[in-house]
Design a protein around this ligand. Sequence first.
Ligand SMILES: NC(=O)c1ccc[n+]([C@@H]2O[C@H](COP(=O)([O-])OP(=O)(O)OC[C@H]3O[C@@H](n4cnc5c(N)ncnc54)[C@H](O)[C@@H]3O)[C@@H](O)[C@H]2O)c1
Length: 270
Amino acid sequence: MTTTPTPDTRFDGRVVAITGGAGDIGLATARHLGRQGATVALLDVDAAKLQAATTSLEADGIRASSWHCDVTDESAVDGVVAAITERHGVIRHLFNNAGIQGAFRPVLEYPADDFVAVHRVNVLGAFLVLRAFARHMAANGGGSVVNMASMAAVGGPPNMIAYASSKAAILGMTQVASKDLAPHGIRVNAISPAFMGPGFMWTRQVELQAAAGSQYYDGDPAVVAEQMIGAVPLRRYGSVDEVPAAVAFLLGDGASYITGINVPIAGGIL
Ligand SMILES: NC(=O)c1ccc[n+]([C@@H]2O[C@H](COP(=O)([O-])OP(=O)(O)OC[C@H]3O[C@@H](n4cnc5c(N)ncnc54)[C@H](O)[C@@H]3O)[C@@H](O)[C@H]2O)c1
């Protein structure tokens, strides 16, 4: 006898905000949560990608809305929380995911302006988003947050001092926020993917590590890809579709006693 699988509706009636929602991981996560019943509010600085992302979700029958928002703009971030609430009601979950990689240069040559730009988006932006949505959740009975870190935070990839240090800051931010927000019924965790592909960041990383001319990587992007995958115990890069299930678990009620942790999604890289 064949049985029809019961649809997973654990996010039914829940509103989830996703920054960097038009990007590879943000959109994959929006689709995953939307299929579990969530209404997803995508925030992104790229208006064209945002529109395409929302359209593709709606074509899948997912309730989605798009919000053009630069996470480094304090008043825009505070304003978008109110606007999303007005449209959809109380926001229960946040995937604090927007981020940029920056330049690939050794420390001795790393440009300070790029360092500031990366920290502005990845650290200041993540903080402003966390604070704005947490204020809303605290005033509305609590919620849950997943911050996007990276294995770069602890792995120290060469040529990525701005990115790696910005993602290390996310781990510290997650620890502090989990303590400060626990009394408000808000759980805060982090995820640390590595080598998610194919996608914009994978391709960019392979090409720029090859061009950086370091002793660690070959000059040919195809060889760099092999070198990177060679360091992964599971011997492949991860798919962006392997991130959303971890986000859904940490955001959802199944993780109700989990806060302040970091989950690597990295094929066994320690
Ligand atoms: N892809 C990977 O291998 C990987 C690994 C570890 C961590 N990450 C992290 O995952 C997150 C998503 O990465 P992705 O692979 O989907 O890359 P992506 O470039 O496809 O997505 C990032 C999104 O963030 C948006 N964004 C950038 N600056 C912004 C700003 N100021 N305000 C609002 N939105 C902004 C971009 O427009 C883009 O849509 C990033 O934080 C990244 O650092 C990715």
